[in-house]
Design a protein around this ligand. Structure first.
Ligand code: SF4
Length: 418
């Protein structure tokens, strides 16, 4: 008997209204990536005898390599860039779902864009903003990232597949970050929710705190814990917080270095891997806006002017756009998921995602001028999120390129973000 269960999960309020818009979607998730098939679903597909579905499944569902299996993709339907899922029928409906019902879908297909995470204490859910509809809802207003409890119904035979988990820290845990991961996550989220700081400033100020935390590596646990308390008191006391915008504004930001680092990392990726159609279209617009064929000093001048004249005023009017994106990333990546050794890299990944989105927005601002719109931000967010999530080489490639220039350090956060 198929028993159903319900649990309450923590989720951003925009999840209450999420519904896949199907054929009205501007960029469906059923194309251009390897659709992972979990082991129970793969085995079920082997038993299907209904034609033509059975033959299509045999033809298109491929067993994965051992490495991919270890990451949860037991099998997959591999799709080339621009290629749609071969299981879609003439009406663009999924033939597995229409023939066997939604319960026959792999967890990737039935869950997307929902991301289930466990923060060591409880189950939470957010959406991948690589889904245009999820991005539209998540960036709709300041309240969209308020956390609410939502009932999640699932079949007892098939509980929600966890995408990421922070291990719960036992009383004996001696890694400071593992022991206080929940606290550090709430510090970063609280900074992002402060009205006095923009999203970029909040991450830079959070980075200053985390740099001090990372500096406690190697200390005896009791002493490190006491020092952590002092660091938090020092940075989060009401008076220091009041001065935080001024402190961050006073950091020196070499815009030329920011421009060339983020441009070179993006161009290297485009040269080596091409990128998805929506990302290529975005890069074309950025390239036109910054007039990238012209001399480097001309492009840099356009970059600085568009940032100053159009993007900054626009983001000051709509501060929730980048804040909601960053809050969603903190929640869905379960930052910090690992321990002390991984803390700087994990945080830089969050920061680099925001820095890339901001960089492309400057390019769009150079093209659109005062016409830059909320819709441009939504499109940039889901285009970048999709390139990151559906192309495993994108973010590691960008991170490698930045590392090669010594830019992947908490010390250079301001250079990338402000
Ligand atoms: S990307 Fe989102 S809205 Fe579009 S088809 Fe997929 S789940 Fe539906």
């Amino acid at each position: 008997m198929n028993q159903s269960k319900t649990v309450n999960v923590l989720a951003p309020s925009y999840m209450q209204g999420f519904q896949c818009v199907g054929s009205a979607c501007v960029e469906t998730c059923c194309s251009s990536w390897h659709i992972a098939i979990d082991e129970p679903t793969y085995r079920k597909y082997q038993t299907i005898r209904i034609e033509p579905l059975a033959s299509q499944l045999r033809q298109h569902v491929q067993l994965s390599s051992e490495a991919a299996k270890a990451q949860g993709a037991y099998a997959s339907i591999p799709l080339a860039l621009g290629e749609s899922c071969p299981m879609l029928d003439e009406q663009q409906l999924c033939s597995i779902q229409t023939t066997l019902g939604a319960e026959a879908l792999s967890s990737t297909c039935s869950d997307f864009p929902r991301i289930y995470v466990h923060d060591g204490q409880r189950l939470a859910m957010a959406a991948s903003l690589s889904c245009p509809e999820a991005a539209r809802l998540a960036l709709a207003d300041e309240q969209a990232l308020d956390l609410v409890e939502l009932p999640l119904a699932f079949s007892a035979q098939r509980p929600p597949a966890l995408h990421r988990r922070r291990a719960s820290a036992g009383a004996q845990e001696q890694d400071l970050v593992r022991r206080h991961g929940g606290l550090l996550a709430s510090v970063i989220s609280a900074l992002l929710r402060l009205h006095s700081l923009s999203a970029e400033q909040a991450l830079v100020y959070g980075g200053l705190i985390l740099r001090r935390v990372a500096g406690l590596a190697g200390q005896e646990f009791g002493a490190a814990e006491a020092a952590l308390e002092q660091v938090l008191e020092q940075f989060l006391g009401p008076q220091t917080l009041q001065r935080a915008p001024e402190l961050v504004a006073g950091l020196s930001v070499p815009k030329g270095a920011q421009f060339s680092l983020l441009l070179a990392a993006s161009q290297r990726f485009m040269r080596d891997h091409g990128g998805r159609a929506s990302f290529r279209a975005l890069m074309d617009e950025v390239s036109k806006g910054l007039e990238l064929g012209q001399s480097p000093s001309h492009c840099l001048a356009r970059y600085e002017q568009a940032d100053q004249d159009y993007l900054r005023p626009f983001l000051a009017e709509h501060p929730h756009l980048l804040k909601n994106y960053a809050l969603n990333s903190v929640l869905s990546s379960v930052f910090p998921r690992e321990g002390m050794a991984e803390l700087p890299h994990e945080f830089m990944e969050l920061a680099v995602r925001l820095a890339l989105i901001r960089f492309y927005l400057v390019g769009l601002a150079a093209l659109r001028g005062p016409e830059l719109s909320v819709d441009d931000v939504r499109r940039t967010v889901y285009g970048v999120a999709r390139n990151i999530e559906h192309n495993r080489r994108f973010l590691p490639g960008v991170m490698q390129a930045l590392e090669a220039h010594g830019a992947l350090r908490l010390e250079v956060l301001a250079t990338l973000l402000l």
